[in-house]
Write a protein that binds this ligand. Structure first.
Ligand SMILES: [Fe+2]
Length: 129
């Protein structure tokens, strides 16, 4: 039987604002309530289940999204329009730049709770030597 990632919980300071941030930025369907969660579903049917961290300290996670060229332009346009900081690298040193790894484009930015997000137009290839 194939094994596919189905859902993950995204602990958030404000789950409503966080879920809307993802659905608006990525152009995904509006968040749907599911018990205490607010679900946003990606095109490959992975559910991001936003949940209040309930005052607990949020452990930063990293979520990477493979997007089409057109979607990259749209999302990156929204990132700039919102005045979000962005970086070419996960260490957040190359501010205001994007990368061209694996023949595509990639950029890192943060969600409202501080999780590090990444959009790429090409999946990772061989690890650079
Ligand atoms: Fe990554």
């Amino acid at each position: 039987m194939a094994i596919k990632l189905n859902h993950t919980i995204v602990h958030s300071i404000d789950p409503g604002a966080a879920a809307r941030f993802y659905s608006d930025l990525f152009g995904l369907p509006a968040p749907q309530p599911f018990g205490p969660f607010l679900d946003v579903v990606t095109a490959n049917e992975v559910t991001l289940a936003f949940l209040s961290a309930d005052g607990m300290e949020i452990q930063m996670q990293h979520y990477a999204f493979l997007v089409g060229e057109k979607e990259f332009d749209q999302i990156f346009g929204r990132i700039r329009k919102q005045g979000l900081e962005y970086w070419a690298d996960p260490g957040q040193k190359q501010e205001g730049e994007i990368n061209r790894h694996f023949g595509g484009r990639g950029v890192y930015f943060q969600d409202p709770s501080g999780h590090l997000l990444e959009i790429i137009t090409q999946p990772y290839g061989e690890f650079p030597k």
